[in-house]
Write a protein that binds this ligand. Structure first.
Ligand SMILES: [Zn+2]
Length: 323
């Protein structure tokens, strides 16, 4: 394992979404795409192994809401007499650490699980959480993607259908409010952004917004064009998130430091807009993808956002795909 890769695996934000970026980082330069993809496929096993041994950390927020970090995407938890509600299920290999962290909060079982979208690092824990008693709620497109063979072109990877227990039993296509443990929990589908099945989850009384992978705090995001994501969709979702938040709102990103706020979210949105505009201008001027990457349109942002596994070159490529 190279230095860069070791770094990626030791970082708390490590996630499945980032495989190709990790591969580029490992190569340190320019692997031919086919070589990079071949290596990426081998990383699936490494990611599972990594999740199996990574610690899961608890951050108590307010209104009895806690966030767990360390198993793929950030997981929000609301315990209470009606059982625990979880937002996202993490990577299945970290079941022992998640179980231990949850038992530190309270004794109740998981009764409700909401998936913010279908990706492995947010939904591969579905099966065990369902077997432990959870009803799974998601966007109808998330159920579709979890039910079928799903190809992600940017990873050159085919995901197999999930086992029956992992498939959401309740789907939503519009806004829905749940009442649980004395809290109002609002589920809202985004228009296609990171995928075509993204949901936000708001804990009303606590004023906490879980934005799923429409928001990556302090790091360049992955965008899944294979299932409907796009750079413009990510920007629109950021505007929706900003409109839903006040300066007091705690915002939980899909990845990155799990306790965030409106000012940091605004920085993320402004970064996306600036890079989108720069990449679009280069593409319009006739530059190829490779020439656009070589022109370094992200350079003003790289010190802050490019230090994780979606590196500047890979993020430029993702933006180029959508402009
Ligand atoms: Zn994702």
């Amino acid at each position: 394992m190279g230095l860069q890769q070791k770094h990626a695996f030791s970082r708390r934000q490590f996630c499945f979404c980032c495989m190709t970026g990790a591969t580029f980082a490992t190569a340190g330069a320019w692997l031919a795409p086919r070589e990079a993809y071949a290596e990426a496929r081998g990383l699936v096993t490494l990611i599972k192994d990594s999740a199996a041994s990574s610690p899961v950390t608890l951050y108590k927020l307010r209104g009895n809401v806690t966030v767990l970090e360390g198993s793929g995407g950030n997981i929000a938890v609301l315990p209470g007499p009606e059982g625990k509600l979880l937002v996202d299920a993490g990577i299945s290999a970290s079941r022992p650490q998640i179980t231990k962290a949850l038992s530190e909060l309270s004794v109740e079982p998981i009764t409700n699980l909401i998936n913010t979208h279908w990706h492995f690092d947010h939904a591969s824990g579905n099966d065990w959480m369902h077997s432990a008693g959870a009803k799974i709620i998601a966007h109808e497109n998330t159920r579709k993607h979890l039910s079928e063979i799903q190809r992600v072109e940017d990873w050159d990877y085919n995901f197999l259908p999930s086992p029956a227990g992992a498939i959401p039993s309740e789907v939503i296509s519009g806004n829905r409010t749940l009442k649980l443990n004395g809290a109002s929990i609002e589920l809202k589908p985004y228009k296609p952004a990171h995928t075509d099945g993204d949901l936000s989850v708001t804990f009303g009384e606590a004023d906490i917004l879980h934005a799923g992978d429409t928001y990556w705090n302090g790091i360049y995001p992955f965008i899944d064009y294979s299932t409907g994501g796009s750079i413009d969709g990510m920007i629109s979702a950021s505007d929706v998130n900003l409109a839903a938040a006040t300066n007091n709102t705690i915002i939980i990103p899909g990845h990155g430091n799990p306790v965030s706020n409106k000012a940091e979210l605004k920085d993320f949105r402004d970064m996306l807009v600036d890079i989108r505009d720069r990449v679009a201008a280069l593409k319009k001027a006739g530059r190829t993808q490779q020439e656009t990457v070589a022109a370094k349109p992200t350079v003003a942002h790289d010190a802050k956002w490019g230090q994780f596994v979606i590196d500047p070159a890979f993020f430029t490529k993702l933006v180029y795909e959508g402009v």
